[in-house]
Design a binder for this molecule. Structure first.
Ligand SMILES: NC(=O)C1=CN([C@@H]2O[C@H](COP(=O)(O)OP(=O)(O)OC[C@H]3O[C@@H](n4cnc5c(N)ncnc54)[C@H](O)[C@@H]3O)[C@@H](O)[C@H]2O)C=CC1
Ligand SMILES: O=C([O-])CC(=O)C(=O)O
Length: 341
């Protein structure tokens, strides 16, 4: 995982790709852009991507503040060359030749808001950035962090369709933070080593659309229904827990940067041909009646290699799945409608 990759790179300047070890200089060239790089997520995410030896070129773009962030991050003695780009005039250069574009651009929540309350501002931001991606790096994998993910991913798909560049294998809503939280909370209650925990989280990325499948969690533990319900609710409300604790100063940034860096690292490994890279993500899907759905996805050289099924669900999880479908459907439709206005 990212942690071991980073440690290995710092110790030896080497990267593991497809079971082979490359010196950092000989791993495949990979350009990664962070759009919104000067923000609360963007800055620590830029730092973590700078530590990733699979990245050779790091492109940091924002509407303000990127020269400083790029100068700062560029002094770190790791493989990638860092360039800062500021303002729309420089967006094309930031994107040209990108293998992966990570998008944490947009406004965060304040207490009392839902993620959907961000739609009016963030939908336009995402539409603009995706229009540029279609023009300057149509083959890049897009990692969408900007909320509401349940709508911004459908917006991106429509923008790409209109531009004639849509490839469903290359568009991802980043739901890794839900998995990170589910693992942490589960380990606490199950009293197991958190580094060994796996929990799939499916559905979408807002409230009840976030459905952790604790019945499939490993290592297994005999938790009561009451505990499983509490764990599910805490995972669904994890974002709100942080928004309230930050009391008006934004939403999760550090844990999101970690989660975003993990997901981008998985995408890089997939591109580089590492086998059996599986992460949960909100992607075009046919495993439910909805056109987009988060589930386990096998990543490969072209992005999504396989969307994996849900596996066996408990009765509680089956009910959660039924309950989330209408809300997720309407968020998806809202995004599609906006993009086609
Ligand atoms: N997917 C997930 O799990 C999570 C998603 N988020 C979302 O990530 C987004 C960013 O959150 P923060 O970094 O905390 O916000 P922030 O306000 O600290 O940073 C956002 C950055 O985006 C930039 N920006 C605005 N318009 C832009 C444009 N057109 N092009 C490029 N950059 C632009 C701003 O200048 C700012 O630097 C929010 O929408 C938030 O809800 C946050 C946490 C978790
Ligand atoms: O809750 C928010 O607004 C930010 C977010 O998506 C999360 O932390 O999961």
């Amino acid at each position: 995982m990212l942690r071991s990759t980073i440690q290995a790179s710092l110790r030896q300047g080497r990267a593991q790709v497809n079971g082979r070890s490359f010196s950092s200089g000989s791993a495949p060239h990979r350009k990664v852009a962070v759009l919104g790089a000067a923000g609360g997520i963007g800055q620590p995410l830029s730092l973590l991507m700078k530590l990733n030896p699979l990245v050779s070129q790091l492109s940091l773009y924002d509407i303000a503040g990127t020269p400083g962030v790029a100068a700062d991050v560029s002094h770190i003695n790791t493989r990638s060359e860092v360039t800062g780009y500021v303002g729309e005039d420089q967006l094309g250069k930031a994107l040209e030749g990108c293998d992966i574009v990570i998008i944490p651009a947009g406004v965060p929540r304040k207490p009392g808001m839902t993620r959907d309350d961000l739609f009016n501002i963030n939908a336009g931001i995402v539409k603009g950035l995706c229009t540029a991606i279609a023009k300057y790096c149509p083959n890049a994998l897009v990692n969408m962090i900007s909320n509401p993910v349940n709508s911004t991913v459908p917006i991106a798909s429509e923008v790409f369709k209109k531009a004639g560049t849509y490839d469903e294998k290359r568009l991802f809503g980043v739901t890794t933070l839900d998995v990170v939280r589910a693992k942490t909370f589960y380990a606490g209650k199950a009293n197991v080593n958190v580094s060994e925990v796996n929990v799939p989280v499916v559905g979408g990325h807002a409230g009840i659309t976030i459905l952790p499948l604790f019945s499939q969690a490993t290592p297994t533990a005999n938790l009561s229904d009451e505990v499983l319900t509490a764990l599910t609710k805490r995972t669904q409300d994890g974002g709100t827990e942080v928004v309230e604790a930050k009391a008006g100063k934004g939403s999760a940034t550090l844990s999101m940067a970690y989660a975003g860096a993990l997901f981008a690292d998985a995408c890089l490994k997939g591109l580089n041909g590492v086998p059996d890279v599986v992460e949960c993500s909100f992607v075009q899907s046919s495993i439910t009646e909805l056109p987009f759905f988060a589930s386990k996805v096998r990543l490969g050289k072209n992005g999504v290699e396989e969307v994996l099924g849900l596996g066996a669900l408990s009765d509680y999880e089956k009910q959660g799945l039924e309950a989330l479908l209408p809300e997720l459907k309407s968020s998806i439709e809202k995004g599609i409608k906006f993009a086609n206005q």
